[in-house]
Write a protein that binds this ligand. Structure first.
Ligand SMILES: [Ca+2]
Ligand SMILES: [Ca+2]
Length: 264
């Protein structure tokens, strides 16, 4: 063996273990994977804790107030916005359709509005204590709820209350043109003494039928048939399961189709 080869072999014998040891030392000095993950998580936790708490939620005296204030916040106008509720709410937007300007509330759906809300730099509410469409008591909304502002000279046009026809009409007509994918809604407002159910039968895109049980005795007093062109109501004057009287809706009135029977 030449002396050169001997030296080369000796060098390799020494250098290879040193190189391996050095590589191991470099690898083993890296932080463990878990420690690396912890380092990344920790700042995120700090950032999350720094988010300010949400302001305290306003508690509304009436659930209806919550619904209406939601509409004021995310404006949408229209008649009878909450058709499934025992109250009726009509909302008018401003000319641009950007903000709610006027809200009218008929608490008992008797055709006479009980409240009129005006939205302009805050919310002012006029109340008709007599529920006759004429407003006397005035309140305004503050963080604590409705604050009395006083009593005003009664304004507005007196309205003749209607019961229960207006209530039923409002409930059923509120479903006109709406789709009911589940096919039926059997008791629109369980809290009411009148049972109202709406249906969307096969072949219809929207609600096409309604049943009204005036006294909740299980026998249907009115069967409504709703098409895009016409609304008909078959009435059972004796609540005996037969519906011989037929009325057609014209404007806000009901007209007898066969000339018999008084308009309900
Ligand atoms: Ca009313
Ligand atoms: Ca009945």
């Amino acid at each position: 063996m030449k002396i050169g080869n001997v030296l080369m072999t000796a060098a390799l014998v020494i250098l290879i273990p040193v190189g391996l040891a050095s590589a191991y030392a470099t690898w083993s000095s890296r932080p463990p994977v878990e420690a690396d993950t912890e380092e990344r998580v920790r700042p995120a936790k700090v950032a999350a804790a720094a988010v300010p708490e949400a302001p305290a939620k306003v508690t509304y005296e009436r659930p209806m107030d919550q619904l209406i204030f939601d509409v004021i916040e995310r404006p949408r106008g229209g008649s009878d916005l909450f058709a499934e509720q025992p109250f009726r709410v009509d909302v008018q937007l401003d000319a641009n359709g950007q903000h709610v300007r006027l809200v009218e509330v008929d608490l008992d759906r008797d055709g006479a509005n009980d409240e009129r809300w005006t939205v302009l730099d805050g919310v002012t509410r006029e109340v008709s204590e007599a529920d006759d469409g004429r407003y006397d008591v005035v309140t305004s909304w503050s963080a604590d709820g409705w604050r009395p502002l006083g009593v005003q000279k009664r304004t507005g046009t007196p309205v003749k209350r209607q019961r229960p026809t207006a209530l039923i009409d409002g409930l059923v007509l509120g479903w006109r043109g709406r789709s009911l994918p589940e096919g039926e809604k059997l008791d629109l407002v369980p809290a009411l003494p009148i049972g109202v159910a709406v249906f969307q039968d096969e072949g219809f895109d929207t609600v096409n039928r309604a049943h009204v049980d005036l006294d909740r005795d299980g026998r249907i007093d009115q069967i409504w048939e709703i098409t895009p062109d016409e609304i008909r109501r078959r009435v059972s004057p004796d609540d005996d399961g037969t519906h011989p009287q037929i009325f057609r809706r014209e404007g806000r009135d009901w007209v007898s189709v066969d000339g018999e029977g008084a308009s309900p």
